[in-house]
Design a protein around this ligand. Structure first.
Ligand code: PEP
Length: 254
């Protein structure tokens, strides 16, 4: 049985005091929820503030990105051990905004997933097609490539060492646009992703991996999306920036 996992991607929003009050608001609203796994991913500079604000609650904290290796002369980057040292459990990898604005590729995604595993972080690996790819009927081909390349050579860690991994299906055309994939559209792709995971790892492993949907998830549409058999949670952007809307999404899934 897969547990629903709802993660909030705060992107480059929140100052220190805004992060603190958002985290405290969430802790008050949903900090005792255990039926659903809840993760918040603030900007790296606010991780410490958020970790303190949610201490003693069921909320987990993740990073939005990492860079390869333990440390080094990479100005502006954050390493996995730095993230882990703040007691973060998760890291988002390969978000479409990183692919679009920072040149990330399936190959860099693959290296970053390996780094996350090496340091004990659970990667939330994002895949998804652009509008042009969907309209030219290339959604499944694109997702298959992203998964195959992004998850290459990881069977040892995932199968033998049982390292957890989360996949987020985020159609690029639905991110921050208010256009949400219909539950049937999303379910089709999620079922396809599970099939791909079965061939990359194994049938049993694929059945245990949580696959989130992301793209304009709101309190009004979350219940129906989460009710689909292969949708195991959500990666939420805009609606995660208000304690009441993010909490409503979570409560709708209980
Ligand atoms: C996201 O940033 O991952 C996302 C899904 O954003 P939004 O919910 O705003 O579409």
């Amino acid at each position: 049985m897969r547990k629903t996992i709802i993660a909030g991607n705060w992107k480059m929003f929140t100052t220190k005091s805004e992060a603190e009050s958002l985290a405290k608001g969430l802790a008050a609203e949903v900090g005792s929820v255990t039926e659903v796994e809840i993760v918040v991913c603030p900007p790296a500079i606010n991780i410490e503030t958020v970790i303190s604000a949610v201490a003693g609650t069921s909320l987990k904290v993740g990073a939005q990105n990492l860079y390869l290796g333990k440390e080094g002369a990479f100005t502006g980057e954050t390493s996995a051990p730095m993230i882990v040292s703040h007691n973060c459990n998760y890291v988002i990898i390969g978000h479409s905004e990183r692919r679009q604005h920072f040149g990330e590729t399936d190959s860099s995604v693959n290296q970053k997933v390996k780094t996350a595993f090496e340091y004990g972080l659970i990667p939330i690996v994002c895949v998804g097609e652009t509008l042009e790819e969907r309209e030219s009927d290339r959604t499944f081909e694109l997702i298959a490539t992203q998964l195959k390349a992004g998850l290459a050579d990881l069977s040892g860690e995932v199968l033998t060492q049982n390292k957890p991994i989360v996949i987020a299906y985020e159609p690029v055309w639905a991110i921050g646009t208010g256009k949400v994939a219909s539950p049937a559209q999303a379910q089709d792709v999620h079922a396809f992703i599970r099939g791909q995971l079965a061939s990359i790892f194994s049938e049993a492993k694929a059945a245990s991996i949580q696959i989130q949907y992301g793209g304009s998830v709101k309190p009004e549409n979350s219940k129906e999306l989460m009710g689909q058999p292969d949708i195991d949670g959500a990666l939420v952007g805009g609606a995660s920036l208000k304690a009441d809307s993010f909490s409503a999404i979570i409560k709708a899934c209980i």
